[in-house]
Design a protein around this ligand. Structure first.
Ligand code: ZN
Ligand code: ZN
Length: 261
C-alpha cells in the first residue's frame, strides 16, 4: 500500500496515548506512515515519552523541544535534558519551537528567546527544526534571519500564513506543511496558498489530537484521518492524491533523513 507520512502529530498526548495501539493500527490500515511524533508540550516528560514511543515502533520518529506556549520554561536545564534525549537515533528534529502571538500563553520575549535557543540547538546537533508560527510571521522571519536557519533545514508546521509569508519561508529553505485547517470551509485564504508551494517543499500533517479535518472537525484527530487533508491539498493543486502522497512522503523522508523500513 502506498504510504503517506504524517509529518506532525502528538502521540504522547494522553488522548492519543491512552489508545496508542488502536491509533497506530488505524493509521497503518489507512496507509499512513511513517509518523513524526512531536513531544514539546507541557514538560520534558512528554518528550521522554515521545522518544520512548519512537524507540518501540519502527515507523515512528521523534521531534523534541519546548512549545512556544511553554517558552517561559525553556531554561538551560531543559535544554540540557533535550540534548541528552537527542542522543537517541529516533530523534530526527528539534521542535516544535516558534512564536504564537495569537494565544500569547508565554510572553513574547520568552518565546523569542526560546526560539533562538532552539535554532542554536538544532544547528549544533545537525538536526532540522520544526517551527510553530501563529500570527507572528514577520517577527519569526526576522529572528531566523538573525540567527540563521539550521543547515539541516526545517519545516513551518500547520502553516496558516499568507502567500507573502510562504514565499519568505521558502526563500529561507523551509518546507511548508498543511494541516486539516485546509479542509475547513472558512479557510479560503489559506487554500489559495496551497498551490503556490513548490512540489518539493510540501508536506501534510494531522497535528493530532488537534485540528481534525472535515468531516471529523471537532473530534479528536488521529493520523488515520490524514488522507482527508491530502485529498483536499491534491484537489487544490490539481494533482492525483496517490502521486502527491508519494511526493510529500519523499519530502518528509528527505528533511527528517528517515531511513527506509
Ligand atoms: Zn504547533
Ligand atoms: Zn504540534
Amino acid at each position: 500500500m502506498a504510504s503517506l507520512c504524517d509529518s506532525h502529530c502528538h502521540l504522547a498526548d494522553e488522548r492519543i496515548h491512552a489508545d496508542l495501539a488502536g491509533v497506530l493500527d488505524r493509521a497503518a490500515a489507512a496507509g499512513v506512515g511513517p509518523i513524526i511524533a512531536v513531544g514539546a508540550i507541557d514538560t520534558i516528560e512528554t518528550d521522554r515519552l515521545t522518544v520512548d514511543i519512537a524507540e518501540h515502533h519502527a515507523g515512528v520518529h521523534a521531534a523534541i523541544g519546548v512549545h512556544p506556549h511553554d517558552a517561559a520554561a525553556c531554561d538551560e536545564r531543559r535544554l540540557d535534558e533535550l540534548r541528552g534525549l537527542a542522543r537517541s537515533a529516533k530523534v530526527v528534529a528539534i521542535g516544535e519551537s516558534g512564536l504564537d502571538f495569537h494565544y500569547l500563553r508565554s510572553p513574547a520575549e520568552a518565546q523569542e528567546q526560546a526560539l533562538r535557543r532552539h535554532l542554536e540547538l538544532a544547528a549544533s546537533l545537525g538536526l532540522p527544526i520544526v517551527i510553530h508560527c501563529r500570527d507572528a510571521e514577520q517577527r519569526l522571519l526576522e529572528i531566523v534571519r538573525e540567527i540563521g536557519a539550521p543547515s539541516a533545514g526545517g519545516v513551518i508546521h500547520c502553516f496558516t500564513g499568507d502567500a507573502v509569508a510562504a514565499r519568505d519561508f521558502l526563500g529561507l529553505g523551509f518546507y511548508i506543511s498543511f494541516s486539516g485547517i485546509v479542509t475547513f470551509k472558512n479557510a479560503g485564504s489559506l487554500r489559495a496558498v496551497v498551490p503556490l508551494v513548490p512540489e518539493n517543499r510540501l508536506m501534510v500533517e494531522t497535528d493530532a489530537p488537534y485540528l481534525a479535518p472535515e468531516p471529523f472537525r471537532g473530534r479528536r484527530n488521529e493520523p488515520a484521518y490524514l488522507p482527508r487533508t491530502l485529498e483536499i491539498v491534491a484537489r487544490l493543486r490539481g494533482q492525483e492524491p496517490a502521486a502527491l502522497a508519494a511526493i510529500v512522503s519523499a519530502n518528509s523522508a528527505r528533511l527528517f533523513k528517515l531511513s527506509p523500513l
